[in-house]
Design a protein around this ligand. Sequence first.
Ligand SMILES: [Zn+2]
Length: 142
Amino acid sequence: MSNETTPIRPDPVFTPDAAFFWEGVTRGELLGQRCSDCMKITHPPRPMCPVCHSIKRETVKLSGRGIVTSWVIPRHPAPIGFAEAPIVALIELEEGIRMVSNVIDVAPDAMKNGIAVEVRYAPTKGGKAVPVFAPAKGGARE
Ligand SMILES: [Zn+2]
């Protein structure tokens, strides 16, 4: 969890396809969409499997562990809903999918690609939550 006492982070805006994802996050679970035919996990959730075009979907629980593959600190314009510019990162999860999220508990000077991270849940101002990532116990993987 971050140190925010009163959350100012904006609420997630989600599509019907991604409702299960955000409901999971609000409960403290990171969920993914898996194709029932080819078993490929994809993100973000969508009506049709991008691999085999099946429309049969199921929900699976994700490990919440991954690696930072790319990141940026967007300082201009100032991000809305953040006291300081957050670290925005592309996280590759163990399941092979990539997710754009924020990295917390890392000083900007110490941020780099390859950091092993695990999911946390940051509260939003409307009482919902969004997944963010913090350094995993065990530290960075080079
Ligand atoms: Zn498929």
